[in-house]
Design a protein around this ligand. Structure first.
Ligand SMILES: [Zn+2]
Length: 411
């Protein structure tokens, strides 16, 4: 295989924005399809058996000597939000191929099959929900719910996927039990910890539980000069008070891991001399523990009812997603710790506060993640960066992990 660094550079050219402002690769666009074709080409060069499911999840399998045994899976995603970087997700997909390449060159013969899985759409850009492919294949989003998803142009997932050439039945996407013996995702950290502590590798013990709440507020508009204060139903002020409540609830949580963000807040009609008649908000709330996350979510919903009631503003709330956290498999974590020690790479066990496809894989199969440092902790930006040396170390650890697991019969 071409070396991974060249492959990542080439992959970055499949983008719908000029390279000086980053990489944009949205699900089922021609850039996404070209990137997928490139993955298939490299997979076939390595002699891997390729399979693509009805939503576009792509499997490239190095058949083991005992192909009936549950396989060892690895992989990540290649979709990229507008103007993002070259490494988020892609390192795990092409790193999987690079790890197989390494093992093949060493003459290694796996007992269990080793499979690279390229997930469809980890980013929520097109259909508003993150980890689309892994949710459906792990059974955490039903085909019926997936069919109702539409993009900002109003096109349904079902139509768009078929037009892109993924024509099978969505019901066939679900993976059977025991499909993977273990699943390992290599990924950039997207945070500052490894770099700050000068460590080579992070091994993920837990992935925080995300939830997203959509809130619509309806007040009453009017002239900013003529409607006196006691008569107002200002949707903008209600939204502002809710945003402060979001912050307060996270700050006063019993768990230090509770984080909450009002990432979207739009008011209408957004004119300087007009009282906001409506507001739209999307709130992200996460925690490593489901109890404190759910408690914060309930008190946020109560606060929204209280604030809108007090201000005479109508509200509607919709929980876009509310996922459990993932507890990673402790034996896998230990296995990778030992591998790092043998390779003389420094490592630490850590929590992933961003979520990944592994959040959903972990609900079905023993799973963990391998992190490599991100320069300045930056991600989802054009200047996202991990050095070739850091990537090589991640691939090395992944290769050794796949090697060990493909010969293991218990975890
Ligand atoms: Zn990612």
């Amino acid at each position: 295989m071409e070396n991974i660094h060249n492959a990542l550079e080439k992959l970055a050219t499949f983008s719908s924005c000029p390279s000086d402002i980053g990489v944009t690769r949205i699900l089922y666009t021609k850039e996404d399809l070209a990137a997928r074709a490139y993955f298939l080409e490299l997979s076939r060069d390595l002699g891997l058996e390729v399979k693509v499911d009805a939503i576009g999840n792509t499997f490239a399998r190095w058949k083991g000597q005992q192909p009936d045994l549950a396989a060892i899976g690895t992989g990540s995603h290649i979709d990229a939000i507008p103007h993002s970087g070259k490494y988020d997700g892609t390192v795990g997909v092409f790193g999987g191929l690079a790890a197989i390449d390494q093992l093949q060159q060493e003459g290694f013969q796996p007992k269990r099959s080793i499979e690279v899985l390229m997930f469809t759409a980890e980013e929520p850009t097109r259909f508003g929900i993150g980890c689309l492919g892994s949710r459906v294949l792990s059974g955490q989003l039903s085909p019926a719910s997936a069919r109702t998803l539409s993009d900002p142009q109003g096109q349904y997932l079902n139509e768009v996927r078929k037009a892109a050439g993924f024509t099978g039945a969505l019901d066939s996407v679900l993976l059977p039990d025991n499909y993977y013996h273990a699943f390992i995702e290599l990924h950039i950290e997207q945070g500052p910890i490894l770099e700050k502590e000068e460590l080579d590798i992070g091994i993920v013990s837990k992935i925080a539980a995300p939830s997203t709440l959509k809130v619509k507020l309806k007040g009453e508009g009017g002239h900013a000069g003529c409607v006196l204060m006691p008569d107002r139903k200002d949707a903008g002020c209600a939204a502002a008070e809710i945003a402060l409540a979001v912050e307060q609830i996270a700050r006063s949580s019993a768990s230090p891991d509770t984080v909450a963000t009002t990432g979207i807040l739009e008011i209408q009609p957004a004119a300087v001399n007009s009282i906001p008649k409506a507001a739209y908000m999307e709130i992200d709330l996460r925690d490593t523990q489901i109890e404190t996350r759910d408690k914060a979510l309930t008190s946020l919903q109560d606060q929204i009812r209280y604030i809108t009631g007090k201000r005479n503003v109508e509200h509607s709330m919709e929980l876009l997603n509310c996922d459990p956290p993932a507890i990673c498999d402790s034996n896998l974590v230990e296995t990778i710790q030992n591998i790092c020690e043998n390779l003389n790479y420094s490592s630490k066990v850590m929590i992933s506060r961003a979520y990944h496809d592994s959040l959903f894989m972990a609900q079905r199969f023993p799973t963990t993640m391998i992190f490599i440092p991100s320069k300045d902790g930056i991600s989802h930006r054009p200047d996202e960066y991990s050095s070739p040396r850091q990537i090589d170390k991640g691939v090395r650890v992944l290769a050794q992990t796949l090697k060990t697991l493909s010969s293991s019969f218990n975890l």
